[in-house]
Design a protein around this ligand. Sequence first.
Ligand code: B12
Length: 445
Amino acid sequence: MAPTKNVLLINPWIYDFTAYDFWMKPLGLLTVASLIRRHTPCAVSFIDCLDRFHPGLGRAPAGKPDGRGPFPKEEVPKPAVVRDVPRRFSRYGIPVKVFEEDLAGTPRPDAVLLTSAMTYWYPGVQAVVDLVRRRFGSVPILLGGIYATLCPDHARAESGADLVVPGPAGPALFAALAAALGVAPGPWPGPDGPDGPSAPAFDLLRDRTWLPVLTSRGCPLHCTFCASSLLNAGLEQRPVEAVLSEILADHARFGTRHFAFYDDALLAGKNGHALPLFVGLAAAALPLSFHTPNGLHLREIDGRTARLMRAAGVRSLYLSLESVDETLLREKGPKACPADLERALVELEGAGYDRNSVNVYLIMGLPGQGASGVMDSVRFVRGLGATPRVAFFSPIPGTLEWSTLVRAGMLADAADPLLHNKTAFAYLKSGVSPAEFAAFKRALA
Ligand code: B12
């Protein structure tokens, strides 16, 4: 089908107190790009506001060989609602001028599609909408992704997009595109299910040192603070062969050697899923490294799993413990307990991993949790020889934790999504004072 219309996809800037490219790529938007290419009569172009490798930056990007690295940033005024957070607020990504030049060099679009990976990054969407409007007038702008899915009412009222399309890419996207473009897209190729329906359009990325891999969607656990079940009702796993051939094809086509799993529950049902994938990767005997930034379920790590992960090339391990406070764990998400970490570390060490290279996620900033409880968890992890990684709690509408906060009067149900920001919530609502934070940071260092 010869392209008849142009669709411009844009990954907006991050507006935040802190941001680091910790294996971040707009996988959802690139999946949508691929669907459009294959199943509609449209050509796509792409602008990535988070492109650390953009030539317009005028300097070589800093970073690690595995692809992680700092974003360029520019300080911007703090929005009023987070004014009392004692941290600087910045726009992370390419300079506005570079973005405007990219817009000017893009074929005039018939529709613009935006994503947003975090609810509280909506100012990035607004900024992009504003600049797109200045350049292209009333071109239809469609917004999807995690912000659109978790906060559709806010997105409709505040993002500036003409149409908000919540949920996974599916028939609604096709219908919306058809309406926006005045074309008839081909029939919807099927649910955006475990098989694809198509590989993400990674060719649109400038840098492919590393690429994301999604082997499954959803999670069988229901932690009170997690939005996984709001984004995907149940666990859907792609066939192992499809994942394996995608990885091997990306390596062959782009020379990519690093891959980051984006799954919520990579090891769930591992005997029919992750383990055969690891076996296949080990058999391929390629110089590939795998990373697990989203945290692995500790209880699934037995001796065989540890050995197969090692053989497959899983290099950086991030494990989810959250806390050593067993009462908190029971209440918030019974996915692991301290004994699980002790056992998993023995198995990982047996498989050849260094303990201090194993990262353990701990949560901080849950209301009532306080800083001292987190320090106990940090000491416990350090005592076992592993590396604690403290992640701040982000309250997400629709989760159990959110309802508790609303019932307790700590957040309004329609609170500005900027208050979902992990740093903002930690400073403004978690009950930990700035002095305690400073002391905690010193202790952590
Ligand atoms: C991978 C991941 C990360 C990666 C980075 C991902 C990225 N690209 O930025 C890392 C590990 C860095 C990360 C970090 C964090 N994350 Co995270 N992350 C995820 C995860 C697991 C997957 C996201 C993903 O890419 N999914 C796969 C793609 C294919 O799905 P998708 O983007 O939704 O796209 C689909 C649809 O939305 C739609 N779509 C997408 N775009 C568009 C556009 C249009 C126009 C249309 C029509 C459709 C459409 O189609 C796509 C295909 O179906 C999600 C959980 C989840 N299940 O989604 C959490 C999640 C987004 N993260 C979350 C959180 C809390 C965090 C942290 C704050 C954790 C912490 N406490 O530190 C940090 C913040 C990072 C920071 N810099 O501050 C929360 C969201 C919080 C919020 N308020 O929005 C989530 C939902 C997890 C949760 N626990 O509930 N994360």
